[in-house]
Design a protein around this ligand. Structure first.
Ligand code: PEP
Length: 248
């Protein structure tokens, strides 16, 4: 039995007052909700304050990225140990916006996942194809390469969650159909099984991301290989995010 995860990626939104307002609005709406892991991922600068606000609740804290070195002369970076120190239990790694705008590659994603796991964080490892890749029939090749590259040299997937986020569905309002998403998730689980065995694949949580909202979440998460959602836009309002949590 895989516990579903609903994770909110706040991206580059919400200064401290807005972040606290959001999380304080969310806490009562999801209070007592069990059987689902609830995660929010604010910007670095408000992690500490959000950590204090959610202390003792059923909401967990994630960062949106981390660097692979623990410390040193790496101006502007934040390490996984520092995220743990700020109260994080999770970190999103390899989001398509990081790959697209900040030059992340499978190799840097791999180093970041290793650093996150070494620090004791849960890595939310994002993969997904572009529209051009899908339309040229390369979706499975792309996903397979991202999985092998991102997880290279990693022995245990115990603290890894995969997020399948077709790039063409992120922030666009276009959602993969339930069948398209399920097909990709089944492929991902099959790849994990080939690399790590059926037991690891059976335990792996694979989240869908890409314009998930209260209106489409039920169909997606009822698919056998979809174990929750990584959510951008709909995580920025307490009521819509809570509706996703309550649907899970
Ligand atoms: C995301 O940021 O990971 C995401 C899926 O965004 P949205 O839900 O807005 O498409």
């Amino acid at each position: 039995m895989r516990t579903p995860v609903i994770a909110g990626n706040w991206k580059l939104f919400k200064k401290s007052a807005e972040a606290l307002q959001l999380v304080e609005g969310l806490i009562p709406l999801v209070k007592g909700k069990s059987g689902v892991e609830i995660v929010v991922a604010p910007v670095f600068t408000v992690l500490d304050r959000v950590a204090k606000a959610i202390s003792g609740t059923n909401i967990k804290l994630s960062a949106q990225d981390c660097y692979w070195e623990e410390e040193g002369a790496f101006t502007g970076e934040v390490s996984s140990g520092m995220l743990l120190d700020a109260g994080c239990s999770h970190v999103i790694i390899g989001h398509s916006e990081r790959r697209q705008y900040f030059g992340e590659t499978d190799a840097t994603v791999n180093k970041k996942i290793k650093a996150a796991l070494a620090a004791g964080l849960v890595a939310i490892f994002c993969i997904g194809e572009t529209l051009e890749e899908r339309e040229s029939g390369r979706t499975f090749d792309v996903l397979g390469t991202q999985i092998k590259g991102g997880l290279s040299g990693i022995d245990s997937l115990q603290n890894v969650i995969v997020a399948y986020e077709p790039v063409w569905a992120i922030g666009t309002g276009k959602t993969a159909s339930d069948a398209q998403a399920q097909e990709a998730h089944a492929f991902i689980r099959g790849e994990i099984a080939a690399l790590y065995g059926a037991d690891a694949a059976g335990k792996m949580r694979i989240l869908y991301g890409g314009s998930v909202k209260p209106e489409n979440v039920a169909g997606l998460i009822s698919q056998p290989d979809i174990d929750g959602a990584l959510v951008g836009g709909a995580s920025l309002k307490a009521d819509s995010f809570a509706a996703l949590v309550n649907a899970a």
